[in-house]
Design a protein. Sequence first.
Length: 419
Amino acid sequence: MAGTSSSLAVLCSLMAFLSLFFSFSHSLKEHNASKHAVDDPERIVSMVQSSIWNATQRRKLGGYSSCGTGNPIDDCWRCDRNWHKNRKWLANCAIGFGAAAIGGRDGKFYVVTDSSDDDAVNPKLGTLRHAVIQEEPLWIVFKSDMLITLKQELIINSFKTIDGRGANVHIAYGAGLTLQYVTNIIIHNVNIHHTKPTGNAMVRSSTTHFGWRTMADGDAISLFGASHVWIDHNSLSKCADGLVDAIMGSTAITISNNYMTHHNEVMLLGHSDAYTKDKAMQVTIAFNHFGEGLIQRMPRCRHGYFHVVNNDYTHWLMYAIGGSANPTINSQGNRYLAPDDLNAKEVTKRVDQGQAQWINWNWRTAGDTMLNGAVFKPTGATSSSSYARASSTVVKSSSLVPSLTRYAGALGCQKGRLC
């Protein structure tokens, strides 16, 4: 018995040490993630507006029969019939805070041939899980149409691109995607829906590490201390928790060209009011279609800087954009269609804060169109020099939003044809 007690004591000490070690390691990574924020976010806003201006001008010069839509991301690659031969060109096309995300651009192609997910610790060669845990950069594509039901969270390693073009890829009826303390991720052209909570299980996160995962919320895509992330042209709906949640120091993110439907709490950006390290969070939300069946959080923000530009909001039941803890929200050239409910006409919602607190928050609107009685309540220092600089580039009219967001969501790309 004495020997058993001694062994248990040693084991408990070892577990305590490992817990402290991993907590320390995570805190270092979290600190490093915040270094990816830019010092002058208004400069990035100006760059986004310039790219939109240039793209729309090129469209006018080319005529309305040309391939160009005025959407600078799409016009960067979609007019190439040989897109399937030049897949990695996509990594040059992001704008905004996540523009530097290169994903697996500098690595090999990995072709997913097997839709199964039978073992979260020892995944089979050819599966999506086997691809994303590799240490080296990879550009991940799919051999054929697939329905992938994940048994546990898909924990994605750094420098990965998930590129669903050329196949109809659905990740559904299981776990979602997790980006935890990683960098340089591109998630493009997949359908993610009906995800559910999973966990209390061992899951591999790299070729050299697996560990115990507690219960996950069931987000479609969850960012935890992640940086340089681009989420583009995905169709997201009907998930257990959020469609895209970014917390715990995540930054340098662009969320663009997605089609989001049938969901309650759409997008959470910021962990909690008390977690002030999210002040470094910077997110661009551009050319998305927030569609039928949505209720709230498009997004719900805390602390950071959020540029919401040229999105189409055609449905909400409670509010479109909410926040707390003094986030900066810069809304430019969006189209907001309010519901018929007279109590839900306001686009914005200051969450759990009195007017004395939120009256100085920088929530700005420029070039937005308000339909069916929609109201955006601006507050804060809209006359500041930094705001004036960010707005010096002409904001593209929200009248162009239908064209800019026409192809939001996963695309039905076919080889040899314009995508």
